[in-house]
Design a protein around this ligand. Sequence first.
Ligand code: ZN
Length: 227
Amino acid sequence: MKEILIGRDAETNKLRITVDGKSAAFGAADSVPRSVSQQHVKLTIGNDGSLLLTNLNVDNDTFVNHRGIEAKYITHGDRITLGGENYKLTWDILDPFIPKMADISGLQQVWDEYQEKRLQMQIKERRFNTLRSATGLLTMAAMVLGFSIGRGGAVFFLYIAAAVISLVFFVIAFMQSSRIPREQDQLLQDTKRCYKCPACGRLLNLQDFEMLRQSSGCPHCKVQWKK
Ligand SMILES: [Zn+2]
């Protein structure tokens, strides 16, 4: 949260803006009419980027889009005038005092999908490895049967089946040994491409969304994350 005090400088009749106890004057001398008081309005910038304009005294006249207000959430571009003579408070004066903010809530979905897909890939890989170990069981079953009932046709068939299945799994495993790392790499690259600052479009470090949200803002363009 940040507060910007706006009023008239009593000596020069310029616009005076005060932030954190530091004041700066804007415009030409006598450009601000006396109907604008020395402490006229306050602009409160929320951590979510919201802009709340508050009249600081009941005697002050403040208008947003031609309507008198006491306190009102405003949006960039609204027409703000102060005092009976409708002194226009322009956004080019206010803008440098308003921190730039970006909404990164969309990146949560990108991160969640990445985690989910990565998990699915791991599950697939483990299931396959489990199935593959079943060929060993089949071979063992054939051996056990061979010892107990002799080498009949059924046992011979089991050996053949075990050999064929083992071969199939071997071929699949051989193909997967390059496919799975490629898929994982592709997923990583695709996610990295989507993990970017909504304000400047530059890539952010692929990190846990919660960690990103807790950081102050974009390391490239310095916008703050809306919170
Ligand atoms: Zn940025």
